[in-house]
Design a binder for this molecule. Structure first.
Ligand code: GUN
Length: 290
């Protein structure tokens, strides 16, 4: 039977509507909107589109956003100094540094200066570590979006064999940890994995996050698998996923499309993290005041 397509756009819209209501509630309680600072260094066109989409989503949700557009030649010291300012700015609850950074800047070093309380990407060692420990954390947006999409399909994760293809710090590793925290049995595959198809064919849930167009084909999945496609591969002006949609669609039970699957959910999760960070910081300030 052909798969049911998980409509990420609609699910993200519903999620954003709920966040917008909670933002209103936050405003009524604290007299200000949650604030997100988005930092973009350089002029990568794809990054610019992502950043603009994030800013627009904030506006639509009632979150106050500020974009800091820096030249590609910005020094690491200047970037870190901006982050330190934003850490101290009480109107800023979330800080997002768009990746990749221009050549010569070390993402790991730059990101390490973001306050873990404002780390709405969940990329700092503190939040990544808390995720590993199973403690409450700000978690990476794309993997959180994947989990929400699986749940939205009514698929229970506990006890399932989840295979994550890709081991990036942004998607693969946090996705594996989130699936584990939902009691899946998790296998992580990567570019050095031998007999990849043998492993992917065992997946009840397959997360494709390799960044290679049509890397996962229908013959690599089992009947009834849930396929979550994280890929955003641009080719001749069009977007393609990491999974070859047509052949996977014929075998999967559920599949996310590209575009319109994981992408919109990533932004919704960023808004959710910004609100969560704002709520936690506002509560902390109230405790401090009394
Ligand atoms: N570049 C690609 N994905 C992401 C993301 O989720 N967050 C940031 N900051 N940069 C990215």
């Amino acid at each position: 039977m052909p798969a049911q397509v998980i409509d990420g756009k609609t699910i993200a819209q519903e999620t954003r509507k709920k966040i917008a209501e909670d933002v209103q509630h936050f405003f009524a309680l604290y007299g200000r909107a949650p604030g997100l600072a988005v930092v973009l260094a350089g002029d990568d066109p794809a990054s610019r589109v992502y950043v603009n989409n994030k800013i627009k989503a904030c506006e639509e949700t009632g979150i106050a956003s500020n974009a800091y557009m820096l030249p590609a030649a910005v020094s690491q010291a200047e970037l870190i100094s901006l982050i330190k300012e934003l850490n101290l700015n009480a109107a800023v609850d979330g800080i997002l540094v768009q990746l990749p950074l221009p050549k010569g800047l070390c993402a790991e070093t730059v990101l390490s200066h973001i306050s873990p309380f404002k780390d709405v990407d969940g990329f700092t060692a503190v939040n990544a570590g808390r995720l590993m420990l199973g403690s409450p954390a700000l978690t990476a947006c794309t993997p959180s979006g994947c989990i929400e999409l699986i749940k939205s399909a009514g698929v229970s994760i506990a006890g399932k064999h989840a295979v994550v293809v890709g081991r990036s710090n942004i998607v693969g590793k946090p996705a594996a940890l989130l699936l584990l925290s939902h009691n899946a049995t998790v296998t992580v595959c990567h570019s050095k994995t031998q007999n990849l198809a043998e492993i992917t064919r065992q997946a009840d849930i397959l997360i494709a996050a390799v960044g290679i167009k049509h890397f996962i084909t229908g013959d690599m999945i089992k009947d009834g698998a849930v396929v979550i496609d994280v890929g955003i591969n641009r080719f001749e002006g069009k977007l393609y996923g990491d999974a070859e949609f047509d052949s996977c669609f014929k075998k999967a039970s559920f599949i996310t499309p590209v575009p319109g699957g994981v992408g919109p959910m990533t932004i919704a999760m960023l808004l959710r993290n910004t609100l969560s960070a704002a709520q936690a910081l506002a509560k902390e300030r109230l405790n401090y005041a009394f």
